[in-house]
Design a protein around this ligand. Structure first.
Ligand SMILES: *[C@@H]1O[C@H](CO)[C@@H](O)[C@H](O)[C@H]1NC(C)=O
Ligand SMILES: *[C@@H]1O[C@H](CO)[C@@H](O)[C@H](O)[C@H]1NC(C)=O
Ligand SMILES: *[C@@H]1O[C@H](CO)[C@@H](O)[C@H](O)[C@H]1NC(C)=O
Length: 267
């Protein structure tokens, strides 16, 4: 009898252990927390998709979802589930589709973490820096999700960047400045301060300005990038990964084409 109980306990533990190893299941909680469209990955149609404690490589061209990996196995400092992620990326040559991209950033309101952008991620990637987002004005009870940046063309390493972010599920564009906090080994990202004035920011980019609901509810994350001579805007809401692109090859979305992929339906 005793042996039998012991044996069944071992079985239960084994089942739990096997179960724990197999919970990289995007259908369990089919919601996308964040996406990264990195120019460093081998495939230019690959997104990194973040869901709860795991991330996946997703090819939006042939709609293939790769194996799940634990986020904290690669980037151990990040608190999951995250609220946004992005590659700090700038297209520097349109003809050869060359990008400047050295870093990726993760965001969980109000904290962020910066790591090296790579073609492949190993276990325990080294943290470059971390800090907190400081939205200008009183936004304490606002929901902050989603993250995307445009770097300065003149000076891609400038701490002044144009940020695209979601405030209460609406898409906003604001100026931002990243600076080291005095007496602390931490940074802060000042966002939407009307006094931000630098030649590294486009004219009139400082205060947060809303895009309204032009692209629907922005529940999750967003990535914006030129690809195949079209400006792509990929965003996630509660139900879908929405891929929109302009057909005018410019920076506006006068003609928007939509392409939808439902995460729930992917296996
Ligand atoms: C951009 O890339 C093209 C093709 O590789 C090259 O001919 C051109 O000189 C590059 N332009 C600049 C500004 O570097
Ligand atoms: C920004 O600063 C420049 C010079 O530092 C100044 O000429 C310009 O008027 C300022 N712009 C605003 C909007 O304050
Ligand atoms: C996408 O990647 C393929 C293969 O690496 C390359 O041949 C192609 O030029 C890339 N296209 C764009 C638009 O970057």
């Amino acid at each position: 009898m005793f042996l039998l109980i012991n044996f069944s306990l071992i079985l239960v533990f084994t089942a739990l252990f096997v179960g724990a190893k197999e919970i990289a299941n995007p259908c369990k909680n089919p919601k996308i927390d964040a996406i990264i469209w990195s120019s460093k990955l081998r495939k230019n149609t690959s997104l990194l998709i973040f869901n709860q404690n795991y991330f996946y490589e997703f090819d939006f061209e042939n709609e293939e979802l790769g194996e799940g990996r634990r986020i904290n196995e690669v980037w151990s400092q990040i608190k999951t589930p995250i609220d946004g992620a992005t590659a700090l990326r700038l297209l520097i040559n349109k003809t050869s589709m060359k990008f400047f991209e050295e870093e990726i950033m993760f965001f969980k309101d109000p904290k962020y973490w910066v790591y090296k952008s790579k073609e492949k991620y190993d276990k325990n990637e080294e943290l470059i820096r971390s800090g907190i987002f400081k939205f200008y004005g009183v936004h304490n009870n606002h929901i902050h999700k989603s993250l995307s940046f445009t770097l300065s063309r003149k000076n891609p390493r400038s701490p002044y960047r144009t940020i695209y972010t979601g405030i209460n599920n609406m898409y906003f564009v604001c100026g931002s400045l990243e600076r080291k906090q005095i007496r602390m080994n931490e940074y802060e990202m000042v966002i939407g301060d009307p006094s931000l004035n630098s030649t590294d920011l486009a004219p009139n980019v400082n205060e947060c300005k809303s895009y309204g609901k032009k692209y629907g509810d922005l529940i999750g994350d967003v990535e914006k990038r030129l690809y195949m001579n079209r400006l792509y805007l990929i965003h996630v809401n509660e139900k879908a990964l929405v891929i929109a692109y302009s057909d005018d090859s410019g920076t506006t979305f006068k003609t928007v084409q939509m392409k939808k992929s439902h995460f729930l339906m992917l296996k």
